[in-house]
Design a protein around this ligand. Structure first.
Ligand code: NAI
Length: 326
């Protein structure tokens, strides 16, 4: 039996992983995030299971290797939080490449509908018996242009949803997807033409701050920016400046560049020491959700099933089809 240290456990993770548990794996659930301070909890384990805000840097990999940990099983698609170069040949890293593109794409559209039709404000008003419609005017999505940056699995599903709304769909991606239902454009043209820009690409060394002061200045005045991908794709300072000037009409953020110590946790009884986030949250045309776009029953089940399979395949055959450390 192999022992797995499962970091950053939440009740919904435990429920879904217990449904798919295997007799060959003994999973130890820890609430702590995996980082240099907590890595010692993986001593005597054969593998670790980690999530988006665990920090698996070179020092953590050194420690994992010294404890005899053979595998890091990411229960997510993105892997910008792992030093793959450090892991190569020492600790195998696997991930869940796809679980439910629908979950993220549907959350993206939910954010657009909420921001455009001011549902967050209407909800609070009517609870206070305020039935005024002042400042709740939205716009029809039909015939508006949505620019999708990254037309892989999630971008493609999101484009299909937008098609149902009768939107004009344009996309930018260095690798074109034949099943994408929109027209490809250069990034420059996409920025200029879109009423709504939605990010669906991974965070890499090259695209940090893809949305910055310059790219925002090229957008249509009042364009919406939706980010359900990774926080560092957007320069938050530039976004706030754009929101203040009206150049950006609204922002829907499921991810935030400094989310690591905040998202997934409850700070409702505390003062948050992040003025940038507080400033965003205070704006009536911004909605922040705490990296919840993936959170559907279907996605959680798929994540648990694939992660358990990745671990079993690795311990049985020494390899997994979802290895990324090769
Ligand atoms: P995917 O790998 O199927 O598609 C990503 C696409 O982005 C690819 O077609 C790729 O060519 C393209 N791309 C790469 N660099 C680009 C760039 N600089 N500009 C434009 N396009 C670029 O990935 P998938 O499954 O669609 O996921 C996309 C992202 O969504 C993930 O990388 C992850 O960051 C994020 N995500 C967020 C979740 C959440 O809960 N908020 C859950 C799952 C994924």
């Amino acid at each position: 039996m192999k022992t797995i240290a499962f970091f950053d456990t939440k009740s919904y993770d435990r429920e879904s992983f217990e449904k798919f548990k295997s007799d060959d794996l003994n999973i130890r659930f820890f609430e702590n995030k995996l980082n240099e301070d907590t890595v010692s909890m993986a001593a005597c384990c054969d593998g670790v299971c980690a999530f988006v805000n665990d920090n698996i840097n070179r020092n953590v990999i050194d420690k994992l290797e010294s404890f005899g940990v053979k595998i890091v099983a990411l229960r997510c698609a993105g892997y910008n939080n792992v030093d793959l170069k450090a892991a190569r040949g020492r600790v195998t890293v696997v991930r869940v490449p796809a679980y439910s593109p629908y979950a993220v794409a549907e959350h993206t559209m939910a954010m657009i509908l909420l921001l455009n039709r001011k549902l967050h404000r209407a909800y609070i008003r009517t609870r206070d018996h305020n039935f005024s419609l002042d400042a709740l005017t939205g716009f029809d999505l039909k015939n508006k242009t949505v620019g999708i940056i990254g037309t892989g699995k999630i971008g493609q599903v999101f484009a299909d949803i937008c098609k149902g709304f009768g939107m004009n769909i344009i996309g930018y991606d260095p690798y074109e997807n034949k099943d994408f239902c929109g027209e490809y454009e250069t990034l420059e043209n996409l920025l200029k033409q879109s009423d709504i820009i939605s990010l669906h690409c991974p965070l890499t060394h090259d695209n940090k701050y893809l949305i910055n002061e310059e790219s925002i200045s090229k957008m249509k005045k009042g364009a919406y920016i939706i980010n359900t991908s990774r926080g560092k794709l957007v320069d938050t300072g530039a976004l706030i400046a754009g929101l203040k000037s009206g150049q950006v009409g609204a922002a829907g953020l499921d991810v935030y560049e400094e989310e690591t110590d905040l998202f997934f946790e409850d700070f409702s009884d505390e003062i948050i020491h992040d003025d940038t986030l507080s400033s965003l949250i205070s704006m009536p045309n911004v909605i922040v959700t705490s990296h919840q776009a993936f959170l559907t029953r279907e996605a959680l089940s798929a994540i648990a099933e694939t992660t358990i399979k990745n671990l079993n395949d690795f311990f049985e055959n020494g390899k997994s089809e979802n290895e990324i450390s090769i």
